[in-house]
Design a protein around this ligand. Structure first.
Ligand SMILES: *Cc1c(COP(=O)(O)O)cnc(C)c1O
Length: 365
């Protein structure tokens, strides 16, 4: 089977051993090195490591001190962590539909959803391509709002030269399947010294110095063992990105022009880091998305569905008092069409040839 994700962390051994020998297992020098490296990548002054991408989002929202009734506008087409973090913050989740071209929140529709209760815009930079953060930033300035970017899938991505995580507060994930992994982990980026200081307090029990508490906090600390794994991965971010990029180019070259198959594109002026290579199987195709997925599975090719429904469209969220569900026709439609094909750096030429041949065969028969 050609897997959808391939985890390769063997280079981490020396740094992990360094941590084990040092005896400093958490919130130590390796965490600091990771923070520095991510801050540089995101082009910001401060980075604060936490133990997951979900924690990055929820601690960021906590740092903004939202009150009951405050609203956060986000994308309906995202991993559930985005929504869970908003709910954990005590705020109300509001949704603006996405654009089919890039699967990211539509800035114009976002503005329609702004009310006097809106406090935060929380776009998601999906599949490795940034949301239109420049447009979101204009909205935030115009309406006096905070920005939290869910950049869990977009470490290293840029929009007109500005990196993911450099608009407002950026939240990254280092989960096992992400482009850069630590096993588990997350990093928050910000240009604000005050926000960074607050994030550092919140991640460690609100503790200023030993047994001196500045606020109510929690334990969101990252271990140095995980930081060592993440740091070793960052060292080959560029080569791994180049592989993803050339794999995506080959897929797009060889799969173009098939009726009913819409290929993903990098928007003009954006660097797409190809966390996922996600096609759409439309009604013009001879088979459905689910049929294509099963056919490929039979031929030894794993695929993924990111994501099968708008994020709030589940029973556990249906009657939630702090979710403002709305019509999101684009998200609802693409949720039935999307299929992620393997694009990871460990794919061989033979793997790519097989993915291309089997996809063409399934759709051209
Ligand atoms: C992975 C992911 C998260 C959560 O990150 P974890 O590290 O798994 O907690 C949040 N948002 C998006 C879009 C993600 O892909």
């Amino acid at each position: 089977m050609i897997p959808l994700v391939s985890v390769d962390v063997q280079d981490a051994e020396p740094l992990v051993l360094e941590v084990l020998r040092s005896g400093q297992l958490t919130q130590g020098p390796m965490v600091e090195r990771l923070e520095q490296a991510v801050a540089e990548l995101a082009g910001v002054e401060h980075a604060v490591a936490v133990n997951s991408g979900t924690a990055a989002l929820s601690v960021s929202l906590e740092a903004l001190q939202l009150k009951p009734g405050d609203e956060v506008i986000t994308s309906p087409f995202t991993f559930v962590a985005t929504l869970n973090a908003i709910l954990a913050s005590g705020a109300t989740a509001v949704f603006a539909d996405i654009r089919a071209e890039d699967f990211n929140i539509d800035a114009a529709l976002t503005e329609d959803r702004v009310s006097e209760r809106t406090k935060v815009l929380l776009p998601v930079s999906l599949y490795g391509q940034m949301a239109d953060m420049a447009a979101i930033e204009k909205l935030a300035v115009r309406h006096g709002l905070e920005i939290v970017e869910d950049a869990a899938q977009a470490l290293g991505a840029t929009q007109h030269g500005r990196p993911a995580g450099s608009f407002g507060i950026g939240c990254f994930s280092l989960y096992a399947t992400k482009n850069i992994t630590a096993g588990e982990g997350g990093v928050i980026t910000t240009g604000s010294r005050d926000i960074a200081a607050r994030l550092r307090l919140l991640r460690n029990q609100g503790m200023r110095s030993r047994y001196d508490y500045a606020c109510v906090g929690g334990n969101h600390r990252l271990s140095d063992l995980h930081a060592a794994v993440g740091l070793s991965q960052l060292a080959r971010l560029q080569t791994s990105y180049e592989r993803r990029q050339s794999n995506a180019e080959k897929l797009s070259r060889e799969l173009s022009g098939i009726a009913g198959l819409v290929l993903p594109t990098a928007m003009d002026g954006y660097t797409h880091v190809w966390h996922q290579y996600t096609v759409r199987v439309t009604e013009d195709a001879p088979c459905t998305r689910d049929e294509l997925s099963s056919t490929l599975a039979c031929r030894g090719i794993a695929t993924g569905i990111h994501y099968p429904r708008p994020v709030f469209d589940y029973d556990c969220y249906r009657e939630h008092p702090r979710i403002k569900a709305s019509e999101v026709p684009v998200a609802a439609k693409v949720a039935s069409e999307v299929l992620s094909l393997p694009v990871h750096p460990q794919l061989t030429d033979a793997d790519l040839d097989l993915i291309i041949a089997e996809t063409r065969a399934a759709l051209l028969s």
